[in-house]
Design a binder for this molecule. Structure first.
Ligand code: CP
Ligand code: NVA
Length: 304
């Protein structure tokens, strides 16, 4: 069978994604019980970071350590990638030595090009367009707290960015309704909205958007690479802050998520992350468990 990559949530079937979420929960329990599971002994994950990271780097490195394998952190500053070696050549060379590659970069086409020339699985660890690993952790977190997300109403508040695009893919793959409340000019990818118009809609009025929400999600107003737009974005998004008062308009059982890092006082009020409806620390921890499930699946296949 040809090598499997994880560049977006569309690379796995609904059944495979459902399996990964259950497996992530299982691996978390095994870890809590002190059960060793060193299934990747002797295997190596190459980790290419062209943007900053805390959660993604730590979770992938710890995942490989817990599996008995190892990881190599590669930044453009000290590899030939930063000196113009073609992506195609880097992919051919690296994939002859490591067992999987994780990439965080700018253009989504970079991970596609790398994957096309790689003989080992490639994982998208965030591009300008998508952040699928974060969605595995988010869905795991929802399932742990509230059960299946199928048929629920998820409301995305703020920028139509890489996270928002991934929520559109998730709505399709995990079968939920998605309401996107972003200011005009900051919409997610139009092709994704159109293609999923049976379950995805845009509602500019944020107060109306969150009515009946089972999950409210937001993210920073200026993503990595958009730092110079920060001031203009703070103005454009001023009505789109998530606060406990906004959450009061959602369903009584509603949860709040944010992939982090958060800017308190901008996309979230100063007190939002301390609200009992916020599950952001579980969400961050689940990056580890969800990515362990993903690495095991891509490198070994479904188990159990
Ligand atoms: N949520 C997330 O991907 O965080 P990092 O940028 O810290 O990896
Ligand atoms: N949208 C954010 C997510 C960070 C994890 C960014 O791309 O910077």
């Amino acid at each position: 069978m040809s090598v499997r990559h994880f560049l977006t949530l569309r690379d796995l079937s609904r059944d495979e994604l459902g399996y990964l979420i259950q497996r992530a929960i299982e691996l978390k329990t095994m870890l809590r019980n002190g059960q060793r599971h060193e299934v990747l002994r002797g295997r190596t994950l190459g980790m290419i970071f062209e943007k900053a990271s805390t959660r993604t780097r730590v979770s992938f490195e710890v995942a490989m350590t817990q599996f008995g394998g190892s990881s190599i952190f590669l930044s453009p500053r000290d590899t030939q990638l930063g000196r113009g070696e073609p992506i195609e050549d880097s992919a051919r060379v690296m994939s002859r030595m490591v067992d999987a590659v994780m990439i965080r970069t700018f253009a989504h086409s970079t991970v596609e090009t790398f994957a096309a020339h790689s003989s080992v699985p490639v994982i998208n660890a965030l591009t300008d367009d998508f952040h699928p690993c974060q969605l595995l952790a988010d869905i795991q977190t929802y399932v742990e707290h509230r059960g299946s997300i199928q048929g629920k109403r998820v409301v995305w508040v703020g920028d139509g960015n890489n996270m928002c695009n991934s929520y559109i893919n998730a709505a399709r793959q995990f079968d939920f309704e998605l309401v996107i409340s972003s200011p005009e000019g900051f919409d997610p990818r139009a092709d994704l909205v159109t293609e999923n118009s049976d379950r995805v809609r845009i509602e500019r009025d944020v107060q109306a958007a969150v009515e009946g929400a089972h999950l409210v999600v937001t993210d920073v107003w200026a993503s990595m690479g958009q730092e110079e737009e920060q001031a203009q974005r703070v103005q454009a998004f001023s009505q789109y802050q998530v606060s406990p008062a906004l959450m009061d308009r959602a369903d009584k059982q509603a949860l709040f998520m944010h992939c982090l890092p958060a800017h308190r006082g901008e996309e979230v009020s100063l007190d939002m992350l301390d609200d009992p409806r916020a599950v952001v620390w579980d969400e961050a921890e689940n990056r580890l468990h969800a990515q362990k499930a993903l690495l095991e699946f891509l490198l070994i296949g479904p188990t159990g």
